[in-house]
Design a protein. Structure first.
Length: 133
């Protein structure tokens, strides 16, 4: 087994992580830890590009930015109840909440997370990337 851990976000404001390379990992589990007052949405983004895209490029203008905008929102699975969370909807946080979600990274080269619609509180997102070999 190969394991890599990364702190992707530790913030109190809208934040977009630059992205981590996940080419060699087929499973990524994200620990999303909201503060008692957390009120925001976390989006997971992925790309199959050779070079890291600019994950902060607004989704509405991605096509106009060439390779820099070649990313999309990624569906995740909530490990609590196995529910699929649509990538376009994101993971909603409200209050002191901990969410563990799995990202199917088969075929992805880059992964990023984006905290947005921040009304209050803070969030920490930790990623654990692994192979099952």
């Amino acid at each position: 087994w190969t394991v890599q851990r990364d702190i992707l976000i530790d913030a109190a404001a809208t934040t977009v992580h630059a992205g981590i390379r996940v080419t060699d990992y087929n499973i990524v589990v994200l620990g999303i830890y909201g503060s008692p007052t957390a009120n925001m949405t976390i989006y997971v983004k992925g790309s199959v590009e050779d070079t890291r895209p600019t994950f902060s490029v607004a989704s509405a203008v991605r096509a106009q930015n060439g390779a820099a905008g070649r990313w999309d929102f990624v569906d995740v699975i909530d490990l609590e109840d196995n529910a699929s969370i649509d990538g376009d909807v994101g993971v909603a946080l409200s209050g002191n909440v901990i969410r563990l979600v799995e990202v199917n990274t088969n075929g992805l080269d880059w992964l990023s997370v984006h905290a947005t619609a921040v009304v209050a509180g803070t969030v920490t997102v930790v990623g654990m990337s692994t192979t099952n070999q």
